[in-house]
Design a protein around this ligand. Structure first.
Ligand SMILES: Nc1ncnc2c1ncn2[C@@H]1O[C@H](COP(=O)(O)OP(=O)(O)O)[C@@H](O)[C@H]1O
Ligand SMILES: [Mg+2]
Length: 378
């Protein structure tokens, strides 16, 4: 039997745990043509969530373009990624694809070629390094054209939106700003990390997208939602996992979707059919995971300064939400002053080793946190 716990890729259908409220919130935003910035840590389920929401919109009357900006590195690649996503979202056949692309993006010289597997693929003739000013306008004005006066519902999703910070200038950012303001009949959803999307683009007065839309922080999946999800997957394979053990798993991963799935994946392998998950089995599963990562974590650890190590050890072993600038934490971790803590925090945030969490901080890699826990000598 195939392991039912998936980690790494986009999850959908049965493999998608709850998020009912979030799906409903996103659907409402899409239906009301809102402009929404959805942000979270990496691998928290943004892509899976937005794809699930898109899948629930009625097929009729909606044009939904999902644009993955991860592979883009310039205005030109941004332009073709958007054009391609829009054309594909409106076309059911290859003939239609080229027709749509010609209709909306004629100046980008579209053509359909065969990829390595013989599947038709839409490509554009504009050069990667061309100055794509007019093409950018053309592409970003298209959603409003399609929406017309509201006869068509149009939703555009930009995934990994922080990529636009890599383009070398803020042309795209400025154009997106004007589009968001003017396109009343189009919904825009932006996905990305808090650090980049929110702190850099959205809260900085000097940037074009300052307060340009609503913001929607995506949290972990609550234990009450993991309970039935995890329990059923073990039961379907004739294995048992008790409530307390699922609770243990959620404590260890802090409900982080990727790490929870990963730990459950290993646990499911360790548990024989007809057996029940024990505390010992959970410890073994954690051990297996930490051994796999040991080299990477050791390398990371050795690259840190003594105060950074002290801070991380303190954070890993303290209660969630601990006040790290308060006297008690400063004393216990041996960092001597709040300004020392501040310096450490700045560096660790910049390196993505920690992230902000409701006025406190957390270690982004949940297994690194456990690694810090498990090693007495570190
Ligand atoms: N709703 C969910 N139910 C179960 N697992 C999820 C869910 N959302 C995310 N995951 C887990 O997290 C991993 C990363 O999800 P993904 O949507 O790619 O996150 P992001 O786009 O935030 O990086 C998935 O492979 C899966 O293991
Ligand atoms: Mg993603």
């Amino acid at each position: 039997m195939k392991n039912p716990f998936e980690y790494g890729g986009v999850v959908s259908g049965n493999a998608f745990c709850n998020r009912e409220k979030e799906v409903a919130d996103l659907l409402r935003a899409m239906e009301n043509n809102e402009k929404l910035f959805v942000f979270s840590e990496r691998r928290y389920g943004k892509t899976s969530l937005v794809r699930t929401a898109l899948g629930k919109l009625p097929k009729k009357g909606y044009v939904c373009a999902y644009v993955d900006l991860w592979p883009t590195d310039s205005e030109a690649t941004f332009v073709t990624a958007v054009a391609k996503a829009i054309a594909e979202s409106m076309s059911t056949s290859v003939d239609k694809l080229l027709e749509t692309a010609r209709k909306f993006f004629g100046s980008l010289a579209p053509s359909v070629t065969m990829d390595e597997e013989g599947k038709p693929e839409l490509t554009f003739g504009i050069s990667k390094h061309a100055r794509p000013g007019p093409a950018l306008d053309e592409v970003l004005e298209t959603p409003a054209k399609i929406a017309g006066k509201g006869e068509q519902n149009v939703v555009i999703v930009f995934d990994e939106f922080q990529q636009i910070l890599e383009y070398g200038n803020d042309q795209v950012e400025r154009k997106v700003r004007s589009v968001i303001q003017n396109h009343r009949k189009v919904g825009y959803i932006f996905l990305g990390s808090r650090k980049h999307l929110i702190e850099k683009m959205f809260m900085d007065r000097a940037r074009p997208l300052y307060r340009a839309g609503g913001h929607y922080p995506l949290g972990p999946i609550a234990e009450e939602h993991w309970q039935p999800f995890v329990s059923k997957r073990f039961a379907d394979a004739g294995k048992t996992i008790g409530k307390e053990r699922i609770h243990d798993v959620c404590e260890l991963t802090q409900g982080h979707p990727f790490y929870t799935q990963h730990l459950c994946h290993v646990l499911w392998e360790l548990c024989e059919p007809k057996a029940e998950v024990t505390e010992k089995m959970i410890q073994t599963a954690v051990q297996v995971l930490l051994e796999r990562e040991n080299y990477a974590y050791t390398t990371l650890w050795e690259s840190l300064t003594v105060p950074q190590k002290r801070f991380l050890k303190g954070l890993a072993t303290d209660v969630a939400g601990v006040k790290v600038f308060a006297g008690e934490f400063v004393r216990r971790s041996g960092l001597r002053s709040a300004s020392n803590v501040q310096r450490v925090v700045d560096v660790l945030l910049a390196k993505d080793i920690i992230d902000r969490d409701n006025g406190s901080f957390l270690i982004t890699d949940r297994f690194f946190r456990l690694w810090l826990h498990s090693a007495q000598t570190r």
